[in-house]
Design a protein around this ligand. Structure first.
Ligand code: NAP
Length: 321
């Protein structure tokens, strides 16, 4: 845990560092309860918003496009619901958001009844959507024009990370805006860091996805090769996971990959959305991403096999078809 409740229900002890990284070894400071809105109660947003109530002790108002889900959330966690992003944002200190892609994000911010038309001056909008750096910079500029703060803050750690409140959060924005938002984000983060100006959180998430793409393909080829060689896959992974080939994907995905189970986890269509953002950004910044581009095509083949909603570890399925 990165904080613990003290004797006063409206306050909690925060441990943070001047570098903008949540860090348990620093001297504690007290963070006040805040008025917070959360927009987008999907697989990730639903439990994240819950942690703002349960761990953060904040006063939370939620908005979800499908209103039944917002109702379900309010019944479970006891917060309030709002009929539009604008209504949810009105009067809040912080507005958190986690929707699908760039277009969804534009819809709930600058679209009709969007949060940007309701948010008060001096408040902070924190976006957890995995989106482009371009849209983050565009919304940051819009926020500055209107007198409030914007922090891009995509996450890693999946559904389990969101449910257990142990996400890694990669942030971009101004130092003061980040410093204000970090204690709120800490309700569902194990690691939270400011990486640079607006868009830097999204750029860091791209690095994360580039690293995962090649790694999962390597793991798929390794398991495929082990099977073709007649080796015991469990014994092989048990051995090599203690050596230099170890990875989160190896430890958490090899069993289901070996069994051909993919109906869970981080969907291939979301990964393709993320990889297309990476490839578009590389065209702009001049980076060369040959393996990332190839793995994206492999995922296109997985989609043709019916795997649009399969977990990203399903790269093995195309080797075994
Ligand atoms: N799932 C993961 O493991 C994971 C891990 C890391 C990062 N992410 C990223 O986190 C983001 C959310 O992922 P998720 O898995 O939570 O997705 P999800 O379950 O599909 O939820 C998406 C949420 O966004 C809302 N939404 C989408 N388009 C909208 C629009 N135009 N207007 C208003 N609301 C809209 C949806 O509302 P409705 O309920 O009405 O559809 C839903 O609440 C994505 O950017 C994803 O890449 C996901």
């Amino acid at each position: 845990m990165i904080y613990s409740e003290n004797r006063y229900p409206l306050f909690r002890i925060m441990l943070d560092s001047p570098s903008g990284e949540v860090n348990r070894r620093q001297e504690p400071k007290v963070a006040h309860m805040a008025k917070v809105a959360f927009i987008g109660l999907g697989i990730m947003g639903f439990p994240m918003a819950g942690h703002l109530v349960k761990k953060g002790g904040h006063e939370v108002t939620v908005y979800n496009r499908t209103s039944a889900k917002a109702q379900q959330w309010a019944e479970k966690f006891g917060g309030r619901t709002a009929p539009t992003p604008k209504a949810a944002a009105e009067g809040q200190d912080f507005v958190m958001c986690c929707v699908g892609n760039d277009n969804d994000l534009r819809a709930v911010t600058i679209g009709p009844d969007g949060a940007f038309s309701g948010i008060k001056k001096g408040a902070t909008f924190v976006d957890h959507t995995t989106a482009s750096a371009e849209v983050a910079r565009e919304l940051d500029a819009e926020a500055k024009k209107r007198g409030f703060n914007f922090v891009d803050a995509p996450v890693s750690g999946g559904q389990a990370g969101a449910e257990n409140g142990v996400l890694t959060v990669m942030c971009g924005g101004d130092g003061a805006a980040y410093a204000g938002a970090e204690p709120i984000i800490s309700a569902y983060a194990r690691m939270c860091k400011l990486l640079g100006p607006a868009g830097s959180g999204q750029l860091t998430k791209m690095v994360n996805q580039i690293c995962i793409a090649g790694l999962v393909q390597g793991l798929s080829e390794g398991i495929h090769f082990a099977k073709k060689s007649g080796l015991d896959v469990h014994a092989v992974i048990d051995t090599i996971s203690k050596g230099a080939a170890q990875s989160w994907q190896m430890e958490n995905r090899y069993k289901t990959m070996n069994e051909g189970k993919y109906d869970f986890g981080f969907a291939v269509e979301w990964m393709r959305k993320d990889l297309s953002i990476c490839i578009a950004e590389a065209r702009r910044n001049g980076a060369t991403l040959p393996v990332t581009a190839l793995v994206d095509q492999f995922y296109a083949e997985v989609e043709k096999l019916g795997g649009k909603r399969w977990d990203t570890s399903s790269l093995l399925a195309r080797l075994e078809k």
